[in-house]
Design a protein around this ligand. Sequence first.
Ligand SMILES: [Ca+2]
Ligand SMILES: [Ca+2]
Ligand SMILES: [Ca+2]
Ligand SMILES: [Ca+2]
Length: 526
Amino acid sequence: MEKKAASKIMLTLILMSLLTSTFNVPLIESELSESLEMEWNKTYGGTGYDSANSVVQTTDGGYALVGSTYSFGAGEDDIWLVKTDANGNMQWNKTYGGSSRDVGSSVLQTSDNGFILAGSTMSFGAWRIWLIKTDAHGNVQWNKTLRRSGSWVDLVDGERSVIQTSDGGYVVVGATISYDYSSIWLIKTDPNGNMQWSKTYEPYWTAHSIVQTIEGGYAFAGTDVMKGNALLVKTDSTGTMQWYKTYGGGKGEAAHSLVQTADGGYAFSGGTVSFGAGQHDVWLVKTDVNGNMQWSKTYGGAELDYGESLVRTSDGGYAIGCRQSSFGAGQSDFWLVKTDSAGSMQWNLTFGGTNEDYAFSLVLTADGGYALAGFTGSYGVGGADFWLIKLSGPKVLATVDIDPDVLNLRSKGQWITAYIQLPQQYDPEDIDATTILLNGTISPVLDPKCGFVTNSSDYLVDDNNDAILERMVKFDRATVESFITSQGISYGNVALTITGKLFDGTPFEGTDIISVFYGGAGGRRK
Ligand SMILES: [Ca+2]
Ligand SMILES: [Ca+2]
Ligand SMILES: [Ca+2]
Ligand SMILES: [Ca+2]
């Protein structure tokens, strides 16, 4: 806990007691017609404390993660940048830092395929904001420590503390602290990191997430610490405040992650104490273009639940990368919450082991899935490691009926037939037959005369003569049988899974169980 707090610099005065719970709840609450799967997960780190604070998907389909490492580097913690391929295999990593503490908060891939890192460093005196520009291999091209004149401490705290602006420069949002209070510090640099202007705002405000708005200004979200409320600030393109709004019941609301929505409004995720099911709950707030709250939702249970990272999804909804202690495997766990466009939860997924697992950063992936990063104390080498989880995009759950139900491996029929039925909102004619596989290996026979049904008049009918909307595909029986026997199976129940894609790219999957046996004289070839 001490190292967590040390690594993740907390500006807010909110006390977050980390009680643990061990409720056993279902890990997946999903729409019946869709499911998500963890494709892979990877840990990165040494025996020290290593925590990823920010992840992006790179243009090559891989990932870049930044955080802090106590395992490697020049002393205390260092900023650690890890680059992986599309399957999470580390390609290279770099540390940045001096003999004292250095923490990486935010990473972005820049328009030249390099990276911009925003972090905080104490290696050059007091805490200062540290902006590092690297090439595509993590080699430093320039770096700037940013200090406001007269300040005691300047730092950033948020996975989206830096953005590249349309002019090629950067805007960083952080905090500047002098005397007894902190305020938000907004800094604009040119493409080489030279400060062009900076602004401070009201005392006791913090900000963790910034966006460049549609009309070229900026919006950032955080906390009004004195009021105990979440905060949203809108500025023009020169950082001059146009308006601000606060949200909450005053017991400890905070905005941690901000997006602009398609209607020009805003949505932020964070935590609330005033509302919800107990302690902190995850909080999602939607506002109009002027910051007026349109709705808010809480998610969570009796323990500490917190919304760290918000993204808009292609269906107009939202996904929130959270950490939660109310459900799951023990202490804190990764929690991914998906909502519709009105904030109603559609599904949620929990990941983690018996120790602390904190998700800090969520991104949508190019394949329609998700990547969620943070640290795990449950897995890895030790002392907490970077943890990256890749989830596939939504998958349509199909009903598959495979014929025959009982398969005599000595019989000589010609076909195994699969009837694929999609959920009601999908049309079976959307199935792309060329992508279908049985158990990931066997392709269907695509001759329309004996395989794929192409005409709706060929659809089967049920007892009431209603058309059953199905696609029928046929597989060569000998191929399927040799696959089954190659698994060492000659008797018993076998699961056969049909996978494929719709023409829009959405994958579908369905499984049927058939019985196989080996005996008798066998049937005749049909
Ligand atoms: Ca260091
Ligand atoms: Ca809670
Ligand atoms: Ca856990
Ligand atoms: Ca470690």
